[in-house]
Design a protein around this ligand. Structure first.
Ligand code: SF4
Length: 206
């Protein structure tokens, strides 16, 4: 019964992703800026995922973080082990490492979508909480067969450098999967849209 439910959720999420692709393609014809489209897609995906009560164990939940969250001059090799963060507070990895420890979930810091997919394929995961820019989240969500809650990072210094994320949002997304509740309904939009993010940083030039 549980297996049937899992397959059902995967099929529905897969079909909806196909639908999103089509809608995004059509909206692109109306020259809506790509980052805006991607944000809409991520928000729609999060709404969809949060509607299904996917409950997983701590071992089955994967937390994926982008390397640009780590302070650019930090020498700690945290990619496979967030516990190696020394907690100096210069970047948000500090709080994320504490959250990982609290919930004892697998977490990896990766450079780009290909590495993220390799990490996903290495384990026996059933759900993913991912932090990244709109571009990487869109690709990751579309390529993954698993339910993903995507949290867009903030980029106060521009793309790929000293980016930020609200640790509280990451924890809420983790709780959503671990508790299997529809606890995200009221905060899905907050999770999907980076607060105070300046879209002008990522918009293509006219
Ligand atoms: S908080 Fe951790 S990862 Fe960030 S700069 Fe300090 S030691 Fe490095």
């Amino acid at each position: 019964m549980e297996n049937k439910k899992r397959i059902g959720v995967r099929v529905i999420i897969g079909l909806n992703k196909l639908l999103f692709r089509l809608i995004i393609g059509l909206m692109g014809l109306f020259r809506i800026p790509k980052p805006k489209l991607q944000s809409l897609f991520i928000r729609a995906n999060n709404r969809l995922v949060s509607r299904y009560r996917v409950k997983v164990s701590t071992k089955e939940l994967l937390l994926l973080l982008p390397h640009c969250l780590q302070y650019k001059d930090c020498q700690q090799k945290i990619s496979d082990d967030l516990d190696l963060c020394e907690g100096c507070g210069r970047c948000d990895i500090c709080q994320l490492a504490q959250i990982r420890k609290k919930y004892q979930i697998p977490a990896f810091v990766v450079d780009g979508g290909q590495l993220a997919l390799a990490v996903v394929n290495r384990g026996n995961y059933r759900a993913i909480v991912a932090v990244a820019c709109e571009e990487e989240l869109e690709k990751g969500i579309l390529e993954s067969a698993l339910p993903v809650l995507g949290i867009v990072n903030r980029r106060p210094e521009g793309p790929c450098r000293n980016t930020k994320v609200e640790a509280g949002l990451v924890e809420r997304a983790i709780n959503h999967f671990l508790e299997g509740k529809q606890s995200l309904q009221e905060s899905v939009d907050t999770i999907s849209m980076p607060r105070n993010n300046n879209y002008r940083l990522t918009l293509p030039k006219e």
